[in-house]
Each structure stands twice: as C-alpha cells, then as structure tokens.
Ligand binder design. Structure first.
Ligand code: NDP
Length: 332
C-alpha cells in the first residue's frame, strides 16, 4: 500500500521537499499507527523543508511537527483503533517522520487525546503554535499575571504563535498590545482582539537606557534577539516575559538591571518536550477558551502539495496566522 507524503531528500544541490507516494514500510517502527487527518505549518517545518539548522540528521525525511488523526493500529494498551489523537513535538518531524503524510507511526507516550470540544481541524488551527501560546499564558499566570487595564505585549503578532497569543489573551480578558512589522495587518490583529498596534521597529532598536518606562504587565515574545532585550527594560516591576521564539535572532545582549531592580523574569517555553500532564491541561484549556469561530479568522487551509513553497514563505515572515494542512478526508 502506498500513500502521499512530503519527502525531504538531500542531494549535491542541497535539500529539497516534494510530494511523493511512499510505502508503509518506510515508516519508523513505533507503537501506534495513525491515519493523519490534518497537519499544520510551523516556522520549524519551514526550517526542516529548507534543510536549515541541522534539525534533520537522516534523509529521506518526512516533516511535520504536528498532526491530528485516528489510530488505525496500536501495540500499546494506552490507545485503541478509532481513538482521535493529537501529536505535537517530541521531535516528531525532526528526528522521526512527522505529520506531512497520510500515515504516521509514533510512540504511545507522545500522544494526547483530542479534547471532546475541539474538532480535528481546530486542533491543527492551533497546533504547536496554539500549545506554545497557551504554555506561555499559563507560565505568565503562574508568575502572577491577571487581566487588568495594563497592556500585555505580544511580539511577532501576525505570525502563528503571535496570532493565537493575541486571540487567547484577549479572550481571557487581557488588554493586548500587538507588535508587528506588518502594520497593514492592523485590521487583522484588531479582529483577533488587539487593543493597540506597536510597530516592530519600536522594539527592535537597542535602547541606551537599561530601564525604560514600565509599559507592559507581561509579554509573549516570538521574536527573541534585540526585541527580547529591549522589552525586558519596559516590563513592569515583578512581571515576566514568556520567551517563545527566535524569529528575529537567537542571541541577545541585555542588561541584568530589569531582573535585579524590577524583579522581572524571563520564562523559557519549550513546547517540544512538555510533559504529558501539562500538555493535556494546556489542550483542555485551549479547547475551552478558543471557541469555534475565533480560529477561523486566523486560519488558511492548504493541501500537501502547497507545503514546499509555503515553507519558504514562513521563513521570510510572509505567512499570516495559522496554516492547516488537509492530509486525508475526515470520512472514509
Ligand atoms: P511565524 O513565522 O508564523 O511567526 C513569526 C513572526 O515573527 C512573523 O510572522 C513576524 O511577525 C515576526 N518576525 C519574522 N521575522 C522577524 C524579524 N527578522 N524580526 C522581527 N520579527 C520577525 O512563526 P511561528 O509563529 O510558527 O513561530 C514563531 C517563533 O516561535 C519561531 O522562532 C519558532 O521557532 C518559535 N517557536 C517556538 C516554540 C517553542 O516551543 N519554544 C514552539 C513554536 C514556535 P510580524 O509580521 O507580526 O512582525
């Protein structure tokens, strides 16, 4: 039996992703076989399809760090045929084949159940981006963030993590300031719930002062680099930033003064290896908070064939919101 998959191959000319028909035997020997219904596009998938960052060590490779689907075969007592499940992270799509194929084989311990209130489509409209945004919100709340009239900052706001973070925070009653380099996306970001738009350039230049006026009661930062350094000096006393991404750079030079004189915290978020219990709680809360309809405004749907080109676009910061990949028909 053969089925469709995006396959990344390496040659003398570099790394290239194409849609191919592959055989079941190509899948890794893991406990649970899933018929994939939907996957998504994340920044990391763009990196994998372009062969950037030494994320993939062995080719040919099937990318896709997220999937939702139906169990068709299980050697684990934890999962049975017909279960609807979500898999994200655990280095699926990086060192193991991922969700850009009509079938996937994964470890039983990577799987969370699809929450009752969430459709398979909406689960991937959220995907790793949604999980990461929710982990960021939960980390900020655990460090004292509560809704108020003060502004909470989201950087890289028109991207995947940023879009879900804006929508999530505003649904939870926070006043959201959305920082973006695409100011033409202001109507989109306001639709998602942003109260204020902050042009990216306001944050990407380093400040000569380590402590600026206290502007944010918390932040979710997808950008990293100078932006992370700059916003640290603008955080209110005792508040925190959930450091999520590196779209603007992986290293940063910053003063420790905001940490020492204002008790500001940098909270690292790693969605890939998040333990199952926390993952389940985050997905249940996403299902409760992100009612159907809130995701429609930020979601585009594509087929597997569109992925290689879209991988290039996301690396250039040109993809808005979330991309859901339709992999197999929901009804057989
Ligand atoms: P997207 O490409 O969808 O979003 C990134 C956004 O960052 C862009 O839309 C753009 O927003 C902004 N941006 C892009 N380039 C630059 C730049 N040079 N300088 C400043 N801002 C820039 O990616 P995702 O939302 O999927 O991921 C965002 C980041 O989070 C990535 O770095 C990704 O690797 C990381 N990530 C981390 C996870 C974790 O577990 N820690 C999980 C998921 C993602 P705008 O146009 O609004 O300015």
């Amino acid at each position: 039996m053969t089925f469709a998959a995006v396959v990344v191959r390496e040659s003398e000319d570099g790394v290239r992703a194409c849609v191919e028909e592959i055989e079941m035997e190509m899948l890794p020997d893991r406990d649970v076989t899933i018929r994939v219904l939907y996957s998504t596009l994340n920044y990391k998938d763009g990196m994998v399809m372009a062969g950037i960052g030494r994320i993939v060590r062995t080719y040919p490779h099937v990318p896709g760090v997220d999937l939702v689907g139906e169990v068709v075969e299980s050697r684990s007592p934890l999962w049975s045929q017909g279960d609807k499940v979500i898999v994200t992270g655990f280095r699926m799509g990086e060192i193991s084949f991922g969700g850009y194929a009509q079938y996937a084989r994964v470890d039983a311990s990577w799987i969370v159940p699809l929450p009752d209130r969430l459709s398979a489509f909406d689960a991937m409209a959220l995907g790793t981006a949604g999980l990461t945004a929710m982990l960021g919100v939960m980390a900020l709340e655990a460090h004292g963030l509560v809704p108020s009239d003060d502004a909470t900052l989201v950087t890289g706001a028109a991207g995947g993590v940023g879009s879900v973070a804006v929508s999530l925070l505003s649904t939870l009653g926070y006043r959201v300031s959305a920082s973006t380099g695409r100011t033409e996306e202001e109507p989109y970001l306001r639709l998602l719930g942003a109260s204020e738009i902050v042009p990216r350039r306001e944050l990407e230049e380093p400040s000569s002062r380590p402590l600026e006026s206290e502007r944010w009661n918390g932040a979710i930062d997808s950008v990293g680099g100078t932006t992370l350094a700059r916003l640290l000096g603008q955080l209110a006393s005792g508040s925190s930033v959930a450091a999520v991404g590196l779209a603007g750079g992986s290293s940063f030079q910053a003063s420790v003064l905001p940490l020492l004189l204002r008790g500001v915290n940098i909270l690292g978020i790693d969605s890939v290896m998040t333990p199952l219990e926390l993952r389940r709680r985050a997905w249940e809360r996403l299902a409760l908070t992100m009612a159907p309809g809130r995701l429609a405004d930020m979601t585009t749907t594509v087929e597997l064939q569109s992925l290689p080109a879209l991988g290039t676009e996301i690396l250039k910061g040109r993809v808005r919101g979330r991309v859901v990949v339709r992999v197999s028909d929901e009804e057989r």
